[in-house]
Design a protein around this ligand. Structure first.
Ligand SMILES: [Zn+2]
Length: 199
């Protein structure tokens, strides 16, 4: 895999690179043999390589997509019915599926977790969670009505004004940061895209 993405050169420090290799693959997806984590010729990091058929299994960050659903002065949050962070509040978000765009995935997750009808208003946060191997993307979204139908992953979905946000019970740091950016931008009267890293 290239070290140069979108014209930006980056390098994972050797120590961190070694630490975040998940070693989660045990068996070859092609032939079922046990894999070994080795650095393939011409590569610069360990991969799960099959000693029997030579298949190299690449593992890359996972995309998490979600929305900030807005109804007037209020923002929609969902209380999680599943681990991790069961019982805590989150914005509707989940793993992007193959075959869908990031915006399609954000809309699907908003429907699945809250049953909310929304219209996307633009990309809002791009947050790297390098240690977890994830990239989180949140879109601002305008709710079209207040009809809600939480799915099985959600205990309840509720609208909150800024002063009602349960800051002490927010499930994920990317959600907290997205909410902080949202209220800061709204009070400025100007929304922009925020990119950042969660340490
Ligand atoms: Zn194999």
């Amino acid at each position: 895999m290239a070290d140069c993405v979108g014209g930006l050169r980056w390098k994972v420090p050797a120590k961190l690179g070694a630490m975040i290799v998940p070693r989660s693959i045990k068996h070859c997806r092609v032939c079922g043999s046990a894999v070994a984590y080795v650095i393939p010729e011409g590569d610069n990091r360990e991969r799960a390589v099959c000693p029997a058929c030579g298949e190299i299994h690449y593992e890359n960050p996972i995309n998490v997509v979600g929305t900030v659903p807005v109804w007037g002065e209020q923002v929609l949050l969902c209380r999680r019915a599943i681990e991790p962070r069961k019982g805590l509040w989150t914005l509707p978000a989940g793993f992007l599926e193959l075959g869908e765009s990031s915006s399609d995935g954000a809309l699907r997750e908003t429907d699945e977790e809250a049953g909310a009808h929304v219209e996307l208003e633009g990309l809002f946060t791009v947050l790297n969670v390098v240690r977890a191997g994830q990239l989180h993307l949140f879109y601002r979204a305008r709710m079209l009505d207040t009809h809600l139908a939480p799915g099985p992953e959600t205990i309840e979905a509720q609208l909150f004004a800024e002063h009602q946000i349960p800051w002490g019970e927010i499930a994920f740091r990317t959600v907290r940061q997205t909410l902080e950016h949202f209220f800061a931008d709204r009070s400025r009267g100007h929304f922009e895209i925020h990119a950042g890293d969660i340490a």
